[in-house]
Design a protein around this ligand. Sequence first.
Ligand code: RIB
Ligand code: CA
Length: 308
Amino acid sequence: MKRQIIIDCDPGLDDAVALLAAFGAADLDVLALTTVAGNVKGPQTALNAQIIRGVAGRGGEVPVCAGAPLPILRDQVTAEDFHGSTGLGNIDFPAPNAPLSDEHGVNALIRLCRAATTNPLTLVITGPMTNLALALVMAPDIKDAIAEIVLMGGADREGGNITPFSEFNVFADPHAAAAVFGCGLPIRALSLDVTHGIRTTKTRLAKVRAVGNRQALAVGDLLDASCKLEFSANTDRDAPLHDPSTVIAVTRPDLFEGRRAHVSVVTESGEQLGRTRVRFAEDGPVLWYESADADGVFDELCRLLEGY
Ligand code: RIB
Ligand code: CA
């Protein structure tokens, strides 16, 4: 039986790669894409999800539902420096070939979870966690239908990427992240502690392009744009593979290693806003990944892209 997943995302160059990987996975059933404001503003992340759904050839099947356009409490922050003004590196993709759903992303999360109680689903989150936090407040019963959450967010050993302490997805909505990390559901967290060790080198990028189909060439363009923007925004040319690593942690968990932990989030304003505090403990609900087989991750990305 295929594993049912929902991807909650803020496309975003690396979110787009994660979506193309997931749509190529033979053993994943993507029920819906729910979008959230993050890398760029809400309407743009929804449009980008529609565009990438079209590149994957899934236009008529998989709904794209726009979720929260703002964080729960703090002021909005975006990340155009790392994703370009369009959020897709200003790459010229074809316009969407299917409409945006008129269902709000939070309502879609609740509806799909309530329909999944006999076959609990996996929730993959690659942006600020606003939508799930709101869904858990509106419908706490959905916890019974979520087998696990696999998310990209947070930083401990590595320090932050948007402030010295905080990773962007958590920083963009720290109150939502606190609610999700504290909800008690099983979580596998791909923080900067692990994604900074999975770099898009020229050799790995060439392997992706060598897959040769339309989706792999699009991923090559997305990763190349990531590397260029990462270099201009920071110093490192080899962009970390943040969001795609969540999908690969679903299909190949054996490629990752970590420890169980309790994770809390600094929500007080100040220089540490959005910092994740990690307390390693055997009874922790969060598996906090700390390392990965980076070559294995890129080989799995290629395998998923060969699935088209
Ligand atoms: O810190 C990296 C995360 O922030 C990724 O999800 C990227 O897409 C941005 O949302
Ligand atoms: Ca993202």
